[in-house]
Design a protein around this ligand. Structure first.
Ligand SMILES: Nc1ncnc2c1ncn2[C@@H]1O[C@H](COP(=O)(O)OP(=O)(O)OP(=O)(O)O)[C@@H](O)[C@H]1O
Ligand SMILES: [Mg+2]
Length: 370
């Protein structure tokens, strides 16, 4: 097994997050809905799946990423429920019986597949918001009847606010969450700005509905143990302290980049020294340069201006001060506007010390090199 996956981290490739896992277990057993938030690729999905594996309750991981309409949201939800039923009812015969009863009235076509049950809308269905509410209520009634606790994990949940015409879908899900006795809900999304708008705005249905778990970076000491365990398997020895420090310095302990850099180092035969780490990272930066430049070309000139200047600083408390606006040749108003947009898109983060920093270490490095 790859100890440093660049996709989901599971099994032995999952490092720490003990505190968050404990809190999730508590929330599950107390039926407290949970919202997971973090910058992109910090490990929300991996954490949720690890927690489900620990509690051993059947779950549906419903990724809404590709949903383009309210109908899609309803369809993905029903498909997820279909697969969840497949995890509860092990024999195909029983599953078909249960699913036929469950989905009666939803005007669907059902089929048994390897992954479980697949559902397909037979024709124009009833209003998606009604389908969503009745499917979730029915799931709770069914779970209650057979005395099984189940979990619904709605990933990339910000999509709901992007595709829905109004807050009716959010309100329907809120109603189901509040009434549920045997279904526990976990929400997560990679667009922090939209997610926070959905859950923190008093006028929106999800206001104060969930316990929010904010994922930070994994601590250095936890990473050291985890990386050295893999190093002993790979090279029969642990990595030197300066090698580990260099990995942390370059990746800033961003979960995805730690794994990316370590998996590149694993491709080397000898145990890596500090120079190897620097070299691997610079090669990776060079390879990524054109795709990052393409991505950044979509930003406005002033957004790029701020990002480039901030990439060359350690973190700035007052980016709108006269000193910086003069130095960066931008008016205070334009700077505020551009910064707001960069914050919303998660390019910039204000850290615990109130400093404005570039969030992605790879983007930062590419921009330092210009
Ligand atoms: N606990 C962990 N231990 C080790 N690596 C991890 C851990 N959690 C996540 N990772 C790694 O971090 C990267 C991102 O993980 P994941 O996809 O779970 O994050 P995410 O926050 O859901 O991302 P996105 O914002 O794209 O939805 C992957 O490379 C994964 O292997
Ligand atoms: Mg994810």
């Amino acid at each position: 097994m790859n100890p440093f996956p660049t996709t989901l981290a599971s099994g032995e490739a999952f490092c720490n997050r003990k505190h968050e896992l404990k809190r999730l277990q508590y929330n599950f057993t107390h039926k407290i809905p949970t919202l997971l938030v973090s910058p992109r690729r910090y490990g929300k999905t991996s954490l949720a799946l690890k927690a489900f594996e620990q509690i051993k309750w059947p779950y549906a991981h419903i990724d809404l990423y590709k949903a383009l309409s309210e109908e899609d949201i309803a369809r993905f939800l029903l498909t997820g429920i279909g697969q969840l039923l497949g995890k509860i009812e092990k024999t195909p015969k029983k599953l078909i019986k249960v699913a036929t009863e469950f989905f009666a009235g939803f005007q669907l076509k059902l089929a048994i597949e390897k992954i479980g049950l697949s559902v397909e809308f037979a024709r124009k269905n009833k209003k998606p918001v009604d389908t969503i509410l009745s499917a979730l209520e029915k799931l709770d009634a069914y779970a209650k009847k057979i005395k099984v606790n189940v979990i619904i994990f709605l990933d990339e949940f910000q999509i709901v606010s992007e595709v829905a015409k109004n807050t009716a879908v959010e309100a329907a899900i809120r109603e189901a969450v509040q009434k549920a006795s045997h279904v526990t809900y976990v929400f997560s999304g990679s667009n922090r700005h939209l997610i926070e708008e959905m859950f923190n705005d008093k006028k929106r249905p999800f206001y104060k509905l969930c316990d929010t778990i904010t994922l930070g970076r994994i601590e250095e000491n936890d990473y050291k143990t985890y990386i050295n365990k893999a190093a002993k398997k790979q090279w029969r020895q642990e990595l030197k302290e300066n090698v580990l420090e260099t990995i942390f310095k370059l990746t800033e302990r961003h979960s995805y980049y730690v794994n990316k850099l370590c998996s590149l180092l694993c491709q080397k035969t000898g145990v890596p020294i500090e120079n190897d780490v620097e070299y691997c990272w610079s090669e990776y930066v060079a390879e990524s340069k054109s795709s990052i430049e393409r991505e950044l070309s979509l930003l406005t000139l002033n957004q790029r201006r701020l990002l480039i200047h901030l990439s060359n600083e350690e973190g700035i408390i007052e980016p709108f001060s006269k000193q910086y606006t003069q130095e960066w040749d931008i008016s205070a108003t334009s700077s505020h506007r551009a910064m707001q947009s960069l914050l919303e898109k998660d390019y910039i983060l204000v850290d615990s010390k109130g400093q404005y920093c570039v969030l992605d270490p790879l983007i930062k490095k590419v921009l330092q090199e210009i």
